[in-house]
Design a protein around this ligand. Sequence first.
Ligand code: 16G
Ligand code: ZN
Length: 529
Amino acid sequence: MDAAILSASSKHPKPVDRTFQYGTAGFRMKANLLDSVVFRVGLVAALRSRKLGGQTIGVMITASHNPPEDNGVKLVDPMGEMLEQTWESYSTELANAPNESLIAVYQKLQEDLKINGETPARVIFGRDTRPSGPKLVTALVDALHATGTEYTDYKLLTTPQLHYLTRCTNTEGTPQSYGEVSEKGYYEKLGEAFVRAMKGKKTVGPVTIDCANGVGGPKLTELLKYLPKASEGGVEIKIINDDVLKAECGADFVKTKQRAPPSSKAGKNERCCSLDGDADRLIYYFSDAEHGFRLLDGDKIATLAASFIGDLAREAGLAQELKIGVVQTAYANGASTKYVEKTLGLPVVCTPTGVKWLHHAATKFDVGVYFEANGHGTVVFSQQALKAFHSKNPESPAQASALSTLRALTDLINQTVGDALSDMLLVETILAHKTWTPREWDLTYVDLPNRLVRVEVADRNMFKTTNAERTLVEPHGVQDQIDALVAKFKDGRSFARASGTEDALRVYAEAATRSEADDLANKVAALCK
Ligand code: 16G
Ligand code: ZN
């Protein structure tokens, strides 16, 4: 095997002058630098699968909303979760091994981790629509062949579909089976759960879906075949931006620019949403004659889902039994946190940025709703919650109905990771049940004006935080200065954190008015420079 790895690796040499890091989104950079990285990720996937007794590991080749010339690669653990933390550093180590010592580093990892090289290894993988994808797949496949790893190439997939398939593969034929192991199985599961969750309720008017010219376009088109027609209790969906990746659209554009994609032709008060390049983020918005563009971001999706599921749990007589909570990051608008705690009466937990942290915290609840403000999120249900939804004897027709909706939601929601297609169907279901227009949803609470700025600093690693990234511990004294500034602003809040994906510092501020939020953000940015 070592000879095979050696000879394969010579086709994918590491550029000598580069160091790579497995970050919050795996490895991500210009696609032309990724060849050796993807090859070595293949080696890591083989090791990880063997370490876990031959369970299947997922590999996704995508750079999400980054420009078309970028690409990236990340690993998915057997239950569809993000790669375990310690393995991020093994991945980094292998990615940076000099060409001549790659085999030695690989062997040492195998020994240190007590991995039996004879254990079968299995991998499944998929990619988004970037032109560089197929070539990177070649590098991955070379590593899988060299390590004697069985694999399935699912070709084009959304990131959440790959997470779904990974979990399905590893639970196939067990009582925990997560669904049929195929892309078709994914559509069937969502389509069937959507019908059950809707209960004959109707959505009003169309929803315009901006697919960010990413892989969500073709996959949404496919999903539509499994959904009822609008006239038969489905949703009237208008797809835009399902071409090649380009700017001026997508969830990240809409959230950061706070405006609709120029290509959107939606009318006033019509529901609109945007996916990102690999369809794991979702942002809703609409335009109101009086207020213009209105954003319904990840916080608004989280509060909508938490309020709906909280009501259902009460109607089902399970409110006492089940712990429902919401997980956010420091970027969550202060008004949303207050709304969850005060109006919905649910606990809120704050974690550092990055899905793995939110997901982990959400699993501590029976129903854990987690979303980043940027639209990445989902709902996870504990075994106890699933059991209660299936085994509780309803004492009234209303209880029976609430229980069956809850069961449908557990199938409609992709519990492995945030999934824009599944989240979109969830939002549509909830709005139909509540008979809400986007305006009514928007009115649940009013966002505090906020500003996010990117600050170029000499060394972002100087900035160390604690308290879920809300407090700077280093450089010394800076936090005291931030606190002193914040105290001068009504409803002021601000924090600075090093980006995990770019070489920059991010400063977030919110305050009672737009101009004060801008002012606070700029002042905090200035003192961090
Ligand atoms: C990554 C994260 C995303 C987070 C973003 C923050 C995952 C799958 N993705 O893209 O959730 O919002 O990083 O980027 O965890 P930043 O550290 O540059 O602000
Ligand atoms: Zn994404």
